[in-house]
Design a protein around this ligand. Sequence first.
Ligand code: FAD
Length: 247
Amino acid sequence: MQVSPKVKLIRYTADPEATVALAAKLCYSDREVDDLTDNIMSGDNGAFIARLMEMGHHSPTEHASFTFSIEGVSRALLAQITRHRIASFSVRSQRYVSEDSFNYVIPPAIEELGAAAVARYVGQMDTIMDWYRDWQSALGRGESSNEDARFILPNACETKMIVTMNARELMHFFELRCCNRAQWEIRSVAWKMLEEVVKIAPNLFRDCGPACLNGACPEGKKSCGKASEVKATRDKLFAAVKSDKAK
Ligand SMILES: Cc1cc2nc3c(=O)[nH]c(=O)nc-3n(C[C@H](O)[C@H](O)[C@H](O)COP(=O)(O)OP(=O)(O)OC[C@H]3O[C@@H](n4cnc5c(N)ncnc54)[C@H](O)[C@@H]3O)c2cc1C
């Protein structure tokens, strides 16, 4: 069965902006932590966080963590997202869980080719499913057969994961993966993750998105040349989040 990405922010540090502000203020203050906490909880930390970001004092943002569930994505996405080493992952196992009826992602470019192309692709997935079942029964049912039968599976095969990143790593992740140069699937997941965290910590993630939003595009000759369109997309997304919150 065809699936598409489902991204949810399922847990996060309580009061992430206050936590970051407290950690940063501690660095510059001779006051007790309890005094600082009272002061931070009663005030608006937006301007202070903005100043921190401008100063490049990013380490306090490591104290706020965000945990996402990500489903309906391909093993091709898994190979990319797990390159981010300052993140924690738990991924559905292809040893413990049989893939004899695996779901799969259909690339939009294949869908755009029309119904015949999609039917061809679905037929190929069905064939691979048959091959997988063949190997499962040849190897004997159970965990040890899954372990080797999975070698026949495609990158399109669905996976599910829980991912935790701190705010600093998320900012870096957004720079790389919200960029038009990133592959379409991880890009769509990254934008969804950004949308989710902006709802919770708008000051912290205010300037986040691909690198071109905060300076020159680092892609050089490979730049998409669409920085102003990207900025408009980001601004529209943030405005929608703000208006949803105001309702
Ligand atoms: C458009 C695009 C195309 C890509 N194409 C390829 C490709 O063709 N082949 C390929 O192999 N990969 C490719 N990648 C993956 C890329 O090379 C990185 O592995 C991935 O983006 C993770 O980035 P990172 O290492 O900065 O992030 P993280 O692992 O999240 O690390 C965050 C930061 O921590 C620091 N850090 C982490 N670990 C170390 C360490 N061991 N030593 C020193 N500093 C560290 C670095 O400053 C790093 O930027 C591509 C990525 C993108 C976005």
